[in-house]
Design a protein around this ligand. Structure first.
Ligand code: NAD
Length: 354
């Protein structure tokens, strides 16, 4: 039965497909940019430098220090470049870390960002920004940080290592899973979520087997776009809360943490969100989605246990305390003992309990 809903959506300008990067100068022009700052991590410096040839005089400065969790001190260094070079447009090539830096600049200046995503994390489609100061990460929503244009060029994803492709893809699936049962979900986001999960689930094992498989890469990037859009338009629940909590408290790697927690969060919510679970089962083409997500993570060789990422066992209690102190809405009420059992299983790398 169709439930009552409210539908709102963020504006989007998306160029998708192999070779779309060549349209970057036109997009800069459409947005009125004349002096671009090009952002990347140190690892992707040469990839972003190659954009200089494409942009010619429009490329006036580079900043290669983008870092996980968008530390304020890195943003401040980038802001000095913005002022010194009178930057009027930012181009971020990379994953969520680089796009996060572009968002931090937009938040402070209103300068438009063009995002060129090279992972499947989905940040480019959201008005959400997380920033860290003194080891504490805080997240906010602002329309100012939503990239004004997004170029998904499949060619740029071919170099994403298989392990990161797998975990990053499951990170995207997690956005869509929580979109299926979000408090403010709607039929359009549910369609996108289901299609995004389907595309990624089919593509990821092929990418891990053959990272140069362009067809699988295109399907995964398409799925990542859909899942990122879902994250940008509806609220999140227990899974994201758990990931933010353990990731932030124990400095765990982002995508791997998502890949470990997702099957357990789905198992926790199964009884409370039957319609969402039916859709998820259909997208995955299975009967038991939580177990299927656990198996998918093994298929792409993702780590199974939070302890292998460096989380101490005592962290289970600490994380449960934090989740209950500052909870997100969730379809199933949060119960201390069940949450502790969930995290204990994720910590040890066990199968989800249905
Ligand atoms: P990342 O951006 O940290 O990238 C991980 C590593 O992979 C980096 O060294 C990067 O340079 C490298 N890399 C990326 N693409 C590559 C490619 N195609 N080839 C070779 N190397 C490549 O990883 P991520 O998982 O995309 O982003 C994680 C960050 O994004 C976290 O801080 C997370 O909180 C944030 N995030 C934010 C949102 C949001 O909506 N605000 C959504 C998702 C993730």
């Amino acid at each position: 039965m169709m439930h009552a809903f409210t539908y709102k959506s963020t504006p989007a300008h998306v160029l998708f497909g192999p070779g779309t990067l060549a349209r970057l100068p036109d997009v800069v022009g459409e947005l009125g940019g004349t002096r671009a700052l090009l952002l990347s991590t140190p690892e992707q410096a040469s990839q972003v430098r190659a954009l200089g040839g494409l942009l010619g005089k429009l490329a006036v400065a580079y900043f290669h220090e983008a870092t996980l969790h968008t530390p304020i001190e890195v943003t401040e260094r980038a802001m000095r470049q913005v002022h010194e070079h009178r930057i009027d447009i930012v181009v971020a090539l990379g994953g969520g870390s680089t796009i996060g830096l572009g968002k931090a600049i937009s938040l402070r200046t209103d300068i438009a960002q063009i995002a060129i995503p090279t992972t499947y994390a989905g940040s480019e489609m959201t008005p959400i920004i997380g920033q860290s100061a003194n080891g504490i990460k805080t997240t906010q929503r602002s329309p100012k940080v939503l990239p004004r244009a997004v170029i998904y060029d499949v060619e740029l994803t071919l170099s994403l290592p298989p392990a990161l492709s797998g975990t990053s893809g499951i990170n995207a699936i997690a956005h869509a899973v929580e979109g299926l049962y979000a408090q403010d979900t709607n039929p359009v986001m549910q369609l996108m979520a289901e299609e995004g999960i389907r595309a990624l689930t089919h593509a990821l094992p092929g990418i891990v087997r053959e990272p140069g498989d362009r067809r699988a890469r295109a399907d995964a990037l398409y799925g990542a776009w859909l899942c990122g859009t879902v994250l940008g338009n509806v609220g999140m629940a227990l899974h994201h809360k758990l990931c933010h909590t353990v990731g932030g408290s124990f400095n765990l790697p982002h995508a791997e943490t998502h890949a470990i927690i997702l099957p357990h969060a789905v198992a926790y919510n199964e009884s409370a969100a039957p319609d969402a679970i039916d859709r998820l089962a259909r997208a995955l083409d299975v009967v038991e989605p939580a177990n299927a997500l656990f198996d998918l993570a093994r298929l792409v060789a993702a780590p199974a246990a939070l302890r292998d990422l460096g989380m101490p066992e005592a962290g289970v209690k600490q994380a449960v305390d934090e989740v209950l102190r500052n909870p997100y809405w969730n379809p199933r009420p949060l119960e201390r003992s069940s949450l502790a059992a969930l995290l204990k299983r994720a910590w040890a790398g066990e199968r989800p309990r249905l």
